[in-house]
Design a protein around this ligand. Structure first.
Ligand code: 0RA
Length: 640
């Protein structure tokens, strides 16, 4: 970023501004994670988080997000409004508005007493949004007037101005992401924002969040409001599942400066869906609150089952995974100074939260079970079924382990492994069908690429317990080829490959197989997704010949673009029917050669949304599935 003024109206104050936000423009990734679409959407979250903070503090009930026709985003709340007074100290006195928008980490919390709790995605504040926007306009209604100030790339164009008298209160921040920073794209994806806003509404009971997409005519409007708070969230996640009990377990507790709220419900399925939050931030990696919750849950259920003689004296205790089978739960805590740790800074480190959540769940869940004996009995019975299945699975696994010892090599016969052994250098392609597998084996670079052909559709793990999953031959091959083990033995560090790529046809069947495989990875090897090791390879749809040169085209949009680019020139377009009919060289060029292929990383921006997607898409409820597919007909569900 230039340190020389480009305009004459440059003052001393602006220099500190430039210097203050300079690191943000130098290394945006450090502040918002990336400058891709994820980072772009983080800008919106960062601004909305400030309004949510106002709501948490009890001063704001409505938030409006407008995606403007000119590509900007405007967030309006009816909170107290950022203070417009001058901040004492320093020779260049500035308004609080200006400090909030130009000082790193100032967020809205320069007076930490003004908030009981606070979110802020990375706690970096709106100044980061300001630094990364080519233009930003802030408007504050408070103290009887409307105030306004405009910025360019973090630099104020003038002082905060009093525009006109206004009886209202609130803050409006409109910003236009800087294409110099977000080189890939500055176009917001409404679906991504909707998921997040839906979640925020569940987590901040009563707050009304409107998302209006003005890039369409007429504008597309969505309203998120959850009067039932976390209970609504659990119902939303359980859509398509069959509840084991109608009445929701839902309680909360608070002490001095922290709060905990829990909602939970068991269903007849097998997946464990526990999602935890701290100050409305999704703590994907768990942490102290999750530990406390799981520990108390195990204690309470075992104590109850013993007290009611549902579990006999000589029987073993139920283990955590028995109890959590088919459980959908949200644990949300609010606290003053959250410490976020872990690889992706989504693990709550505050130790005091462990005992707080544990004590709360111990007390309140025990009470709930006592007050709902019918439900409690059904839940315990379900846990016991899970325990029996777990023991059966262990036996089955011991059997396969012994068998593989006898066979001396545990790698599946149809795996064509690569020659190198350093996992970071190696990749495996999971290819649908034997004939496509054959082409891929010929096409690959055998030093670092392995091929595992799988036949037909693998088992839908969403509908099966672990031991049935393990009986499936295709899944066995998958697990032993990858090398991580599964279930309580799963160890992500043992992955034999740095990249695991799913390569299926570009048609409906291929999409189904891809979804089945992704369901497996999501439910049983999620850490590989978190570690960024799972990919979807895109086979080409067309081969196009123009002026003697061949090109592979991976989607309809790209074909249209190519046609537009070529205008009247002659194009020879060949459509591929499937991987199996491609020659090895074509397959190499278009899907496997690291230089020319299209490989999309599977990421989990929003684990709760992905969880719901998989259970609805792959679960038991056909009607829910139909509805979901209709609503999301054009939506790709992986952020790639
Ligand atoms: C600092 C202090 C106060 C509120 C805010 C910042 C504030 C910031 C944002 C950002 C978006 N919306 C916002 N709303 C409020 C407390 C003000 C007071 O005590 O009156």
């Amino acid at each position: 970023m230039a340190t020389k003024p480009s305009k004459g109206s440059y003052t001393a104050a602006d220099i500190t501004v430039l210097e203050g936000l300079d690191p943000v423009r130098k290394r945006p990734g450090m502040y918002i994670g990336s400058t891709g679409t994820r980072g772009l959407h983080h800008l919106v979250y960062e601004v909305v988080d400030n309004s949510i903070d106002e709501a948490l503090a009890g001063y704001c009930s409505k938030i409006l997000i407008q995606l403007l026709a000119d590509g900007g985003c405007r967030v309006t709340d009816n909170g107290r409004g950022i203070p417009v007074t001058l901040i004492p100290g320093g020779k260049d006195r500035r308004t609080a508005v200006e400090v909030v928008l130009t000082t790193l980490h100032a967020g809205g919390k320069f007076d930490s007493k003004s908030y009981a709790v606070s979110g802020g995605l990375h706690g970096v504040g709106v100044s980061v949004v300001n630094a990364l926007s080519r233009r930003l306009v802030v408007e504050v209604a408070r103290d009887g007037f409307l105030w306004r100030q405009e910025y360019e790339r973090g630099r104020p164009l003038s002082k905060l101005a009093k525009v006109k008298p206004s009886p209202k209160r609130g803050t409006t921040i409109a910003f236009w992401p800087d294409p110099e920073v977000f080189e890939e794209t500055t176009v917001f994806d409404r679906r991504v924002l909707s998921e997040r806003m839906q979640e925020q509404a569940f987590l901040t009971r009563g707050v009304e969040i409107a998302l209006v997409d003005e890039r369409e005519t007429p504008p597309n409007r969505a309203l998120f409001k959850a009067a039932g708070g976390l209970a609504d969230f659990v119902r939303h996640l359980s859509q398509g599942k069959e509840p084991l009990h109608q009445r929701m377990v839902h309680f909360d507790a608070s002490r001095e400066t922290s709060e905990v709220e829990v909602a939970m419900q068991w269903n007849t399925g097998f997946a464990e869906s526990i999602h935890t939050f701290a100050n409305t931030i999704n703590t994907h990696e768990g942490g102290m609150h999750e530990e406390g919750f799981k520990k108390a849950l195990s204690n309470v259920m075992n104590r109850y089952a013993r007290a009611k003689a549902l579990l006999k004296e000589k029987e073993d205790n139920l283990v955590g995974e028995d109890i959590r089978e088919g459980l959908t739960a949200i644990v949300a805590v609010k606290l003053q100074e959250p410490q976020f740790e872990g690889q992706t800074k989504t693990k709550l480190g505050n130790t005091e939260m462990r005992s707080f959540v544990e004590t709360t769940v111990n007390d309140q869940l025990t009470t709930w079970l006592e007050e709902h004996p019918g439900e409690a009995k059904r839940i315990v019975a379900k846990c016991q079924q899970a325990a029996r299945a777990r023991l059966a699975a262990r036996q089955a696994r011991d059997l396969t382990r012994r068998k593989s010892l006898l066979e001396s090599s545990s790698l599946p016969g149809k795996l064509a492994d690569c020659q190198l052994s350093d996992p970071d250098l190696c990749e495996i392609f999971i290819v649908e069908g034997d004939s496509a597998g054959g082409s891929a084996k010929q096409a690959r670079e055998r030093s670092f690429q392995a091929i595992l052909p799988i036949r037909g559709k693998i088992l839908n793990v969403e509908k099966a317990r672990l031991h049935r999953t393990l009986e499936n031959l295709e899944i066995q091959a998958l697990i032993s080829a990858i090398g991580t083990g599964i279930g309580d033995e799963f160890d992500a560090t043992k992955s034999r490959y740095g990249k695991i790529a799913i390569l299926a046809d570009a048609d409906v069947d291929g999409a189904h197989i891809r979804t089945l495989l992704l369901t497996f990875f999501f439910r049983h090897m999620q850490q590989l997704i978190d570690a960024g090791k799972v990919y979807v390879a895109q086979p080409p749809l067309y081969r196009v010949k123009t002026e003697g040169k061949y090109r592979y085209v991976h989607d309809e949009r790209a074909l249209e673009a190519l046609q537009a680019e070529n205008g009247h020139k002659k194009m020879d377009i060949q459509r591929f029917k499937g991987l199996a009919e491609m020659e090895a060289e074509q397959l190499w060029e278009s899907a496997m050669n690291p230089e020319t292929r299209v490989l999309k990383q599977v990421t989990l921006d929003d684990a709760a949304a992905a969880d719901r997607m998989f259970s609805v898409l792959m679960g038991v409820d056909v009607e829910a599935r139909r509805e979901f597919i209709q609503q999301n007909a054009k939506a790709a569900f992986i952020d790639a």
